[in-house]
Structures are given as structure tokens and as C-alpha cells.
Design a protein around this ligand. Structure first.
Ligand SMILES: C[S@@+](CC[C@H](N)C(=O)[O-])C[C@H]1O[C@@H](n2cnc3c(N)ncnc32)[C@H](O)[C@@H]1O
Length: 271
């Protein structure tokens, strides 16, 4: 597997050309860090995991196609794969998929454009492996997991998540709600996580319930700054009084040069 770079090299450049020699700055993939269009070997361990999973499975659903780099790894490993890709962005995925279709003629690739959750509802077949690598917000990932579970017909579901550091809360919920039969988390940057989950009604309910509390936690945290500010204002009013606050505020906003102090001054003036 040291040769992965060599194996994908030609098609990695082919995709770039097919995409008009452009990539979306700051959007990373399994092969690039999002800053340069250059193969990133720091992700070799997670690339390897994807490569091996592609050998063990034949029908895969991928949420988040972008330039088709993860699909390129999978097809390099198993050129006969059937892959359905979902992506909301029309700029890169269609061009990349067209290129891959022409290159891997034994494969069966299908791209569905639009929001993952809307389109997952329309799919009425299940897959051997689900690769979740789209919108990385935890709430979205949680909903995507439930949507994949919904369309999956078997008692065990295999999911690969990318960039798992961005979904720590959801990862904890997965492990506390379900029986995880197998899990792999390679040690590298932007690591991915592979899980084989035993499905039953009780665990799914537990997952849904725990997520409700997670949402509540996020809601309270999002409100916290508002109440902290309110509390600080109250303390200042009690201990300094409104008049002194306004005098200090006027001094800070007019006599200081620092933008932050001027901003604080304006806030004190309007306390
Ligand atoms: C990190 S990139 C995927 C990288 C790709 N799997 C790879 O390694 O080559 C994330 C992709 O998810 C797509 N995406 C973001 N939100 C989405 C949504 N709600 N539904 C479908 N795709 C979405 C973005 O357009 C982007 O192309």
C-alpha cells in the first residue's frame, strides 16, 4: 500500500484537468489538504482504510463527493464497485464523476445532486457501506446516520465517517447507544472512523433520545454568551452605577486608540 500515490497519480491529475485545473480552496479531501492540489501522504492511514473497505464491499453510498478523490481510492482498489454519490455542489462532482466513469468502465457510478437529507429519503435501496463525508456539522451527521439507518434493510450497518474530530459528541452517542461490533480509527491527520453497528429498535430509540439532550446542551451553550453579557451589565450597574459606567464608556470610546477598548466604551455608554 506504500504505492497508493503511484496507483492514483495519473487519475488524480486527470480529475484536476477534468475540473478545469481548479479546486475549492480550503475544502479538503482524502487526497488533498485543501490548500494545494498536491497528494497529501499524511492521510495515508485513512486512505488505506478506505482502500481496504472498498475491497470488502461492492455497493457503496457516499455523502460528499467533491472531486471524487475518495471514489478514486475506492475504484483503484475495486474497479467493479457500484457507487452512489450525493453532493449539493454542482461545480466539481459532476465533472469528476464523468471522468471516473470514463476511466473505470467496469464500475457503476451514479451521482445525485442536492441536499443529502432530501435525497436520502428518495433512495429505496440499501448499501454494503455508507461513507459520510458531506456537511461536517454534528447535527447534520446525526440526521444523515438516521437517514442511512432508515433505508438500510439489514440488522448490521457499516458506516465510515470522515474527519471524525468534528463529530466528537455524535461519536460518543454512537458508542453509548449502539452495540458496535467493530471499529477502526487510524492515527493520522483528519482521521476517519469505521464502525459496524448492530441495529435494533431499542438502540435507535436511545440514540434519538440522547441526541435530544445533546441538542438541548448546544442550545443552552449558544444562549450562554447572551446571559453572561446580561449578568456582567447588571453587576457593573450595581457596583459602579449607570452614571459612572457612562463616564468610563465615553472616556474609552473617545480617548483610546484601541478598537476593542473603543467598542467596550460604546457598550458602557449604552449600558
Ligand atoms: C470534504 S468534501 C468531500 C470529499 C470527498 N469525499 C473526497 O474525499 O474526495 C465535502 C463535500 O460535501 C458536500 N456537501 C456539503 N453539504 C452537503 C449536503 N448537505 N448534502 C450533500 N453534500 C454536501 C460539499 O459540496 C463537498 O463537496
Amino acid at each position: 500500500m506504500q504505492n497508493l500515490e503511484r496507483k492514483i497519480k495519473k487519475n488524480f491529475q486527470g480529475i484536476y484537468k477534468a475540473c478545469g485545473n481548479k479546486f475549492y480552496l480550503s475544502c479538503g479531501s482524502y487526497l488533498i489538504d485543501g490548500q494545494n492540489y498536491k497528494y497529501d501522504k499524511r492521510m495515508l492511514k485513512k486512505q488505506n482504510l478506505l482502500y481496504h473497505l472498498a475491497k470488502e464491499n461492492s455497493k457503496i453510498l457516499e455523502i460528499g463527493v467533491y472531486m471524487g478523490h475518495s471514489i478514486l481510492i475506492m475504484l483503484t482498489s475495486n474497479p467493479k464497485l457500484k457507487i452512489t454519490g450525493l453532493d449539493i455542489d454542482k461545480r466539481f462532482a459532476p465533472k469528476a464523476i464523468n471522468y471516473l466513469k470514463k476511466t473505470f468502465t467496469d464500475s457503476k457510478l451514479n451521482l445525485i445532486l442536492g441536499d443529502s437529507l432530501k435525497n436520502l429519503k428518495k433512495i429505496n435501496t440499501d448499501y454494503d457501506l455508507y461513507h459520510i463525508d458531506g456537511d461536517h456539522r454534528p447535527i447534520k451527521i446525526y440526521k444523515e446516520i438516521l437517514a442511512c439507518i432508515e433505508l438500510h434493510k439489514k440488522k448490521k450497518i457499516k458506516i465510515l465517517f470522515d474527519d471524525v474530530e468534528m463529530m466528537k459528541d455524535v461519536e460518543k452517542l454512537l458508542f453509548s447507544s449502539f452495540e458496535i461490533k467493530r471499529s477502526i480509527k487510524p492515527k493520522c491527520i483528519f482521521r476517519n472512523l469505521y464502525v459496524e453497528i448492530e441495529l435494533n429498535e431499542k438502540s435507535i430509540k436511545k440514540f434519538k433520545r440522547s441526541f435530544f439532550f445533546l441538542l438541548l446542551k448546544h442550545f443552552i451553550i449558544s444562549l450562554a454568551p447572551f446571559y453572561v453579557k446580561k449578568f456582567c451589565r447588571l453587576i457593573l450597574k450595581i457596583f459602579l452605577g449607570e452614571k459612572i459606567c457612562k463616564i468610563i464608556g465615553s472616556f474609552l470610546s473617545k480617548k483610546t486608540k484601541s478598537n476593542n477598548l473603543q467598542k467596550l466604551g460604546r457598550k458602557l455608554e449604552n449600558i
